[in-house]
Write a protein that binds this ligand. Sequence first.
Ligand code: PHE
Length: 333
Amino acid sequence: MDLASELEALQAEALAALADISDAEALEALRITYLGRSGRMKALSKAFGEQPPEAKRQLGALLGQVNEALRSGFEQAQAQLRRAVDQSAIDISLPRAVPRIGSIHPISQVAAEVERVFTGMGFDVVDGPHIEEDRFNFSLLNIPEDHPARDAHDTFWLTHGRLLRTHTSAVQARTYAQQQPPIRKVVLGKVFRYDEVDATHDNTFTQVEGFLIDRDIHAGHLVATLKTTIRAVLQRDDVELRLRPSFFPFVEPGFEVDVRIPGAPGRFGRWVELLGCCMVHPQVLRAGGIDPAIYSGFAFGLGLERLTMLRHGIEDIRLFNGADLRGLRQFSA
Ligand code: PHE
């Protein structure tokens, strides 16, 4: 065989052998055979060196080509093997990726409990808009435009006389305008006040509004309902309730209710204000088209954050909406 044919045969043979290689050791052995210091390529180069000048001129290009083809063939095979190793690599020294499991917000947990207790007593759970009309938030609740009681509500006013509702009592007004008694509803939802944020106040918080209108309803029904609910949600029978006369334009008489957990550490062992309530004002019923000579009823508005704080002994309301999830994770159910 002449040198040219030998060179061509070597290239074909080496590339065919490369195609069958599947591990690094075999590849290295093959490299030494063909490209090593005393390998087959070297032998042919040496033979080339012994050719007369005329033959060298003819064969030079071919020698370069074969050399280049082998080199790049080996490089490619090496790269391919490395890639295969990377893909199958399992680093057992890496710590396991721990999945972050979310949890139900403590407010939502207590909300679900409140809904359960009220639906058990025959109340419907209803909802209302956050963006409210003046009449539902104020006028129909016996708070006319020039009434000083409006000053007690630090309101976020929007355009066209609309506002962010300051209390869920707005849903009372909406309901009375639409429906005749018997009415038995509970609303759980956000309310908004232009208020300074501190450990016990937030500008956005959650109220539970309950109202019941029927024949012969009196304050005793209200007190029984509140006791049942609060004790069920706080999961203790020894919770004490105290009614203090108070003024809300849409009830008559009106009370604020404080609760106390005997023996509880810190704030909650003392009286804590929890809600406003009592008999729906005849004026409010009348404004909604309900005859107060036939029907009477009670209503109350309770701060769900407060209730949740009591339930878990949480001292700072800012925990609920803060960015530090460690606080909330403690209550993951
Ligand atoms: N809406 C009142 C408040 O937000 C609470 C309340 C509701 C009082 C129902 C009486 C009856 O302060």
